[in-house]
Every structure is written in C-alpha cells, then in structure tokens.
Design a protein around this ligand. Sequence first.
Ligand SMILES: Cc1cc2nc3c(=O)[nH]c(=O)nc-3n(C[C@H](O)[C@H](O)[C@H](O)COP(=O)(O)OP(=O)(O)OC[C@H]3O[C@@H](n4cnc5c(N)ncnc54)[C@H](O)[C@@H]3O)c2cc1C
Length: 394
Amino acid sequence: MDFSLNDEQKQLQRTVRDFAQTEIAPHVMEWDEASRFPSELIPKLAELGLLGIIFPENYGGAGLGYIEYAIAIEELARVDGSVGLIVAAHNSLCTNHIYKFGTEAQRQKYVVPLAQGKKLGCWSLTEPEAGSDAGGTRTTATHSRGGASRTGSGWVLNGAKTFTTNGHYADVCVAMAATDREKGRHGISAFIIEKGTPGFRPGKKENKLGMRASDTSEVVFSDCRVPEENLLGKQGDGFVNSLQVLDGGRISIAALALGMATGAAEAATKYAKERKQFGKPIAEFEGIQFKLADMVTEISAAQLLVYHAAWLADKSNANGGGIRFTRESSMAKLYASEAAVRVANEAVQVFGGYGFIKDYPAEKFYRDVKLCTIGEGTSEIQRLVIARHILGKQ
Ligand SMILES: Cc1cc2nc3c(=O)[nH]c(=O)nc-3n(C[C@H](O)[C@H](O)[C@H](O)COP(=O)(O)OP(=O)(O)OC[C@H]3O[C@@H](n4cnc5c(N)ncnc54)[C@H](O)[C@@H]3O)c2cc1C
C-alpha cells in the first residue's frame, strides 16, 4: 500500500495552497463578518480548474479524480471552509448529477459551461418538511402537454426548497420534485432549471452560525415551466440518483472537514509554541501536548478514510460506475466531520480566552466545521447508512 501523493498531486496541493493563502486568507474574516459571497473568486477558481476538477477535459473539466478533488477541497478549507463548500456543492452535487445521469445533449449544454466555471451550479433536495427524510419531497412537477398559450410540452414545478448552497448565485439548479406522489421515493424526479426561468427564484438567504461566506438559500418554484428536455435522468429516478450523487458529495464534505481540522490544528500548534504562561511556552505542558497529539492522530485517521473513499470513487469511475462506495463515503464523512469538530473544539481550548476572540482563527473553524456533521446527511443518517450495509439491508 502506498499512501503518498504523486508529483502531480503534490503540485496541485502546492498550487491550491498558494492560491488560498494569497487570494482567500486576507479576506476570510471580512467575508465571514459580512456574510458575503465571494463572487470575485469564482473566475479565479475557474481558471485553476477547480470548478470542473472531477470532469473529463472533453466536457470542459480538469480531468482529475476524487483524490485530487479531496486534496483541493482540503486546501481551500484549511483557509476558509465556505470557499470549499461553494466548490463542493458546484462540483459533486449539481454538475455531477448532470454528468452522471444527463443525456449527451444535457452534458454539452450544462456540464461544459459548469465545468469550465463559466456558470455556477446549485443542487436542491432538502425542503422545510423533508430533510433527512428527503423521500418526503413535497415540491411537485406536473406534466403539461402545452397548448395554445404555451410553447410546448414540459413540466410545471411548484414548491420551495430550503438550505440550497449557492442558491442566490447559481446559473443552473438541479432540483428534485415529486412527479408521482403515490410512488413515494420512486415518484421523485430531477429537473434542470436555469436562472431567469419565469417562476423560479431564490428566496430567503439564511443567516448562519458558520460557513457564512457561502450562500445558503431557499429556492422557490411558482408555476415554473421547464421544457420536456430538462427532466434529468429517468422519470421517477431522481431520488435514487440523488443517493448516488451523495456518495461522491460526502467525500467532498469529509475533505472539507479534514481541511478545517488541519487548519485548526496548525493554528493551535503555532499558538502553543508562541504563548507563554508560567515562564514557558504552553506547548511545553503535557496537557497541551496531549491535545496536539490527539488532534494530529484523529486528522491522520480521517485522512485515511477520506483518501480510501476517494480512491474507491476513482476506481468506480474507471470501471464505468460498477463499484459502489456508499459505505466508505459515509464512514469517511461521519468520522472526518466528528473528528474535525473535536479538533476545532480542542483548538479553541489551546488558544484559551483568545480562542473565543475573532482576532484569532480558532473560533471560526469551531463555528464552520459543525456544518460537516449536518450537510449531505447528518451523522445519525451516516450511521444508519453504514449500519444498513453491515446488516446487509442494501
Ligand atoms: C449550510 C447548509 C448547507 C446545505 N446545503 C444543501 C444543499 O446545497 N442542497 C440540499 O439539498 N441541502 C442542503 N443542506 C441541507 C442538509 O442536507 C440538511 O439540513 C440535512 O440533511 C438535515 O436535514 P434537516 O435540517 O431537515 O434535519 P432533520 O432531518 O429534521 O434532522 C433533525 C435531527 O434529527 C435527526 N434524525 C432525523 N431522522 C433520523 C433518524 N431516522 N434516525 C436518527 N436521527 C434522525 C437528525 O440526524 C438531526 O439530528 C444544507 C444545510 C446547511 C445547514
């Protein structure tokens, strides 16, 4: 087994690290305090290829795999989790849903500009009444044959989605809606909705504990008419396809957690060497050393799970999608996110009172990282997924 990064992966890591230091680090607190989406960063992320990192070059992407994707998200999140989240929702949720389940025409029309970063994507599954139980989707899509006053047959969407990352800024939205209520989970379909489509608008922007520079919004459909060809995947497969999309998405949330944990641990280590109490650096106290040792051990354990899941995802893609990695991506997301919360908590502790103060980085990691135990399936849901696999129910 060889867990070392190859030269190209090391180069990517250095490039994204430098980018994060120069383009993101100076603005992190300003964006956080103002809860401001960093629009100016989007073309720069596109230029680096990060908005199409996992898609083939002939679809406008960088042609890299999930290991490289995890490395890039980690490096962004090491400096600012919000930027990592913007990139993750765009790549592994919106664009990947179209890439995996779209027709060739949909791939050409949507994946190419999304992967090139000319357009930004969002993905709407969650609803106010359908969170962990996303099978309870209430937004509806009704088939319409068209008529004299209409342009042609298509679908009419009605309802509201909540908690959509990039909701206000996305040019392309993939949303799940019930096309046949009686069929439950198998009556939910996916649709592609373009910004500017009449009846489609972003709603309330959430004011959040953390990840404040990423946009989390309601998305509203009122008699929103989309053409026939905007049905994504087979009718009734939207929910089942979403579960596969989440297999990849959870690796990115795990990498996001890993990046923030690394950032918090590095900040705590640096501070522990500088801060003096009782006449010596606090790093010389065993109580502090044990915290640093636990942080780095948990980060390393999380990293192995994340890279293993990413490696399996790459193997699956190389194999035409034949290998499922649901259990491994859930395990990576569960462990990495919970470990990252513990690491960020201990980082605040190492900073003492200054850990509570916004002039130092620890409090922001502590606030931001909690999202990773919630988004793309809570820790409880990951445990359910893993248990189902252990018990042979899937
Ligand atoms: C910042 C942010 C960004 C997000 N981005 C997106 C996005 O881009 N697109 C999108 O579709 N969604 C997004 N989400 C939504 C996110 O995926 C949901 O919040 C999450 O799945 C949980 O749903 P919920 O909030 O309705 O909680 P609920 O489902 O109401 O859960 C509440 C509590 O009950 C527990 N629970 C629920 N069911 C069970 C069970 N069967 N067994 C044990 N415990 C259970 C949960 O684990 C949790 O602790 C985002 C959320 C946030 C906060």
